[in-house]
Write a protein of this length. Structure first.
Length: 148
């Protein structure tokens, strides 16, 4: 116990009657880490509150956006789905608010889930799926590439 207090005290200095932390000391590093951790979680909470207030106000994304912005919305929506279903990357293009999907998916159920998710994005007027069902030799699910 005494050594711990001594090490903690070595990171402190008294100057002009105030308690200061010495730069680079373990106490200073721990304090900075704690502040960064707290700031990151406060930013996350603020974003969640913004999203909640957006939904509670009954607001919806503007459906009249350019095809580039719509493609970004679709990719954002598919990112979580691809990760959750462990799917290879699905390529997205948008022409006149119609989403064009290309890629390989393991099953018909996965293809339907992707198409359904894309059709529910605000601004999508149609979906043309060119998804190939069934992975060919050499194609793997993303998680299979992480095995050691």
């Amino acid at each position: 116990m005494r050594g711990t207090l001594k090490r903690a005290a070595s990171g402190l200095a008294v100057g002009s009657g105030a308690l200061l932390l010495k730069p680079g000391s373990p106490v200073n590093r721990a304090g900075c880490h704690g502040l960064q951790y707290t700031a990151r979680h406060l930013r996350y909470a603020a974003g969640r509150l913004d999203g909640l207030s957006y939904r509670l106000a009954g607001r919806h994304p503007d459906p009249n956006v350019t095809d580039d912005i719509l493609a970004d919305r679709i990719r954002s929506e598919l990112g979580g789905l691809e990760k959750r279903l462990d799917l290879p990357h699905v390529h997205v293009m948008v022409e006149k608010h119609v989403a064009l999907l290309h890629g390989d998916v393991p099953s018909a159920e996965d293809a339907e889930a992707v198409e359904r998710a894309v059709s529910q994005v605000a601004g999508v007027r149609g979906v043309k799926s060119h998804l190939h069902v069934g992975l060919i030799d050499g194609d793997t699910r993303p998680s299979e590439g992480h095995r050691a």
